[in-house]
Write a protein that binds this ligand. Structure first.
Ligand code: KIV
Length: 276
């Protein structure tokens, strides 16, 4: 068996070693062309189940399946060489039991070649994290605002704003660390809480709507590119205007088709030079 590989990705243990040394930069990708462009700058690329909302225009993340996530993750893995690739476990694929979680995680990783999985849930999911890690599946936990809990949270609302709620989220993060998670995503939590968790944990925290004090940050790529419509979440920032680039290029193309300036004979087959 050959274990030689040309591709040298940032591994999960390498990401863990960033703690206290270097911030982790991370974005989402669902398709190859975007993943290819992110690979050189991001330490970690997440195939988020946010693709349900961003890519499929669904109202929440609940209806995406393991096989859909695996297909997106496989495309991202094929298009990248460097970034660590983590794939979200979709709703309903892991909450029932640790054994169900292992089956889903194994399917996601074997079909895609991703490096690890992310799962949402507080301390109640820590035994599942332990079960997966003990069986060779790296787990990134996701606590705080958990979009898969949209129905029990009553919407996408910031979390940990009372002392009691903050303490619960602190214990959630700690429980996943003790269960062997390699990192914790802190989404939509009070800033002071994110800072406290980051200081207390020995594994990296990756914030989204959390704190600049987190060990890393993650955003949805479409939000930073202006591809999410006019409204972006308070915690996101637009770093570019891909919407204008796409709209302008598409309009120029349509104008050229309509006025006959595209295609020219240069774009056609079987045309002799100097013909036309
Ligand atoms: O699904 C997702 O994109 C996420 C994030 C942390 C951005 O979970």
């Amino acid at each position: 068996m050959s274990i030689h590989s040309e591709v040298k990705r940032i591994s999960v243990p390498q990401l863990m070693a960033y703690k206290g040394q270097k911030k982790i930069a991370s974005l989402t990708a669902y398709i190859a062309p975007i993943a290819r462009l992110l690979d050189e700058s991001q330490d970690m690329i997440l195939i988020g189940d946010s693709t349900a909302m961003v890519g499929y225009a669904l109202p929440d993340t609940l209806s995406i399946t393991v096989d859909q996530m695996a297909a997106h993750a496989a495309a991202v893995v094929r298009a990248t060489q460097r970034a660590c690739i983590i794939v979200d476990m979709p709703f309903g694929s892991y909450q029932e039991s640790p054994a169900q979680a292992f089956q889903s995680a194994a399917r996601l990783l074997s079909l895609s070649g991703a490096d690890g999985v992310k799962l949402e849930g507080g301390a109640v999911m820590a035994p599942t994290t332990r079960f997966l890690v003990d069986r060779g599946v790296p787990v990134l936990a996701h606590v705080g605002l958990m979009p898969q809990y949209v129905n029990t949270m009553g919407g996408f609302k910031a979390q940990g704003l009372t002392d009691e709620a903050a303490e619960r989220i602190f214990q959630d993060a700690l429980a996943h660390q003790e269960a062997g998670a390699f990192g914790v995503v802190l989404e939509g939590v009070a800033e002071a809480l994110a800072r406290r968790i980051t200081e207390a944990l020995s594994i990296p925290t990756i914030g989204i709507g959390a704190s600049p004090g987190c060990d890393g940050q993650i955003l949805v790529t479409e939000d930073i590119l202006g591809l999410s419509g006019d409204r972006i979440p308070k915690f996101a920032k637009r770093f570019g205007d891909a919407a204008s680039v796409i709209r302008d290029a598409a309009a120029q193309y349509a104008d050229s088709v309509r006025d006959g300036s595209f295609p020219t004979l240069d774009h056609c087959f079987g045309v002799k030079k100097n013909q036309g």
